[in-house]
Design a protein around this ligand. Sequence first.
Ligand SMILES: N[C@@H](CCC(=O)N[C@@H](CS)C(=O)NCC(=O)O)C(=O)O
Length: 262
Amino acid sequence: MPMPDESVHPEATGLAKHTVDAHQKEEGIVFWSGWFCPFNQRIWMALEERKIPYRYHEVNPYKKEQKFLRLNPLGLVPTLEIKTSQGSKALYESDVLVEYLEDLYPASDEHPSIFPSDPYEKSWARLNVQHVTKKILPQYFKLQQSQDAPSQSSALQALYDGLRTLSSRVKGPYFAGEQFTAVDMSLAPFVRRFYILEEYRAFDHKAVGEGWEGYKDRLLARDSLKNTSSDDEHYFELLQRYLKNEAQSEVAKATRGGQSLP
Ligand SMILES: N[C@@H](CCC(=O)N[C@@H](CS)C(=O)NCC(=O)O)C(=O)O
């Protein structure tokens, strides 16, 4: 029997579909993407923010087809296939891919960087990407999948704590000031999906506290987020399996088993 997650809507919709259509010609980078995945959307945003040429290729990572596993043995999106004269090689893991793209296309007017140029500020940004990935996201997934009131309440408080810490470090309008950076990008796709937590898990943006609401509004208004986002109904179709704790993805299994995220 196929896993429930296998039956995701086959393609991006809404504004994301226009972006897909605009990236069909052959390029040196092939973006193996799952339109629905927030980790994947980080890289999609980076490609768009940095104006990097790429070809979009939709893949259902829950089907684990051999040609996909040959590129990424973990079978996860995002994956980048890099074409060379000797053939193809690949890289994966959103946090690594952001750094790869930065090295491949160093900051220029044509390809604006998503890291501050000052070395301290750059490492501070990296530290805060880690804060998002290691402190905020596990609580986000825990809150989604928890089925009883006490565990939902403790995940909700821990999520607020993580967001509050980040929010207190935002210089404004974005994390590092005027520049939109990898920190903003690491969180924005998840904030885009918070409407489901508001509806089903009593999440309240106001409860995060000072500065958060303005910051999250600026994230949600960013073109690279909007242009890589699909219609709400299709996110809900997938995320309701998390709300019922029925999802069988690696992230869902890790969350259920109390392990760190894949
Ligand atoms: N740590 C990875 C996580 C990527 C990830 O979990 N992707 C999910 C989709 S949101 C996936 O491909 N899942 C396939 C599976 O669980 O089998 C990253 O940051 O790139």
